[in-house]
Write a protein that binds this ligand. Structure first.
Ligand code: MN
Ligand code: MN
Length: 318
């Protein structure tokens, strides 16, 4: 075992990587966020999905695929476990028979995490879950800036008459004043819509919309320099819908759309958030059953590690 001050992921020389209990990154599982700087937390919720269900299995599969991730980031030199106390606090016990009650359960659970002065790093679950998380964050931080990666804008007014579903969270969040629209960017939007002006509503609110086509064939490092300038010094929430990536890389999701971002671009976006005042982040919409290779959850696990690497307080080795 280690004599380091902070929790360390269980190493491959202590227990084979395919062995042991599958916590996120083989970190300790603890009962609450008390004493943690960052908590990995699962929300096994998919009753807000409109097409293929299955994101309820996301947290478990992400934990499983995360067993290969080692503690140091060789590209950025981030050493998150040298300066932050991190653990896996398990899953939120949602009520899978009741969406409204589940949304309230999630908000209350995040109230508790935030009251412990801990930053949540969430494994979804469908994108509905970002709404109750933002409601909880609002009580601590006021309106936040948003980096939102997705094939979809998720700003529908309703879905089948329902105001809360996985295609509506950012409509509700903007209406409720949880987001500063001028400090929000959506990256990767594409595909077909119900109306030709589907992406106009966020732009009309002041949100910067960057379509997938604007990203094709490019490094996104220059875009992220602009995003850091746009979002400035205030609190920021990063929400990454795995369907922002192309289904060639992430087929295990409920509403896949062709022509999406590459894994390299996804990494550039997350790494480009370094320097922002991140108060939390999520990775949503991993539905493992549609990807027997496991690569979607493997990618999600790595992106979550990359998110941890850009949280405030992380040390970088020279
Ligand atoms: Mn989404
Ligand atoms: Mn989506």
């Amino acid at each position: 075992m280690t004599d380091k001050k902070f929790n360390q992921p269980l190493g491959g020389n202590e227990m084979p990587r395919f062995g042991g209990i599958a916590t996120m990154m083989r970190l300790p599982q603890v009962a609450s966020a008390a004493g943690l700087d960052v908590a990995f937390v699962g929300v096994p919720f998919d009753i807000g999905t409109s097409n293929r269900p299955g994101a309820r299995f996301g947290p478990r599969q992400i934990r499983c695929e995360s067993c290969l991730i080692r503690p140091y980031n060789m590209a950025t030199r981030a050493a998150p476990f040298d300066s932050l106390q991190v653990a896996d606090i398990g899953d939120i016990a949602i009520n899978t028979f009741n969406l409204q009650k589940s949304v309230a359960i999630i908000e209350a659970a995040y109230d508790e995490i935030l009251a412990a002065d801990c930053k949540p790093l969430t494994m979804g679950g469908d994108h509905t879950i970002s709404l109750p998380i933002l409601r909880a964050l609002n009580k601590q931080h006021g309106p936040v800036g948003i980096v939102h990666v997705d094939a979809h804008a998720d700003i529908n007014d309703h879905m089948f008459g329902e105001r809360i579903a996985h295609g509506t969270p950012f409509r509700r969040a903007i209406e409720e004043g949880l987001i500063e629209p001028k400090r929000m960017v959506q990256i990767g939007l594409r595909a077909t819509g119900y109306a030709a002006d589907d992406f106009d509503w966020p732009a009309e609110q002041g949100v910067r919309v960057v379509t997938a086509e604007e990203c094709w064939y490019k490094s996104l490092a220059p875009l992220m320099a602009q995003v850091r300038e746009q979002l400035g010094a205030g609190p920021v929430y990063l929400t990454f819908d795995i369907d922002g990536l192309d289904p060639a890389f992430a087929s295990g999701t409920g509403t896949p759309e062709i022509g999406g971002l590459s894994i390299q671009q996804g990494l550039e976006i997350v790494r480009g958030c370094r320097g922002l005042d991140l108060v939390g982040a999520d990775l949503v919409e991993v539905a493992p059953a549609y990807d027997p290779s496991g690569n979607t959850a493997l990618t999600a696990a790595n992106l979550l590690f990359e998110m941890l690497c850009v949280f405030p307080g992380v040390e970088y080795r020279a």
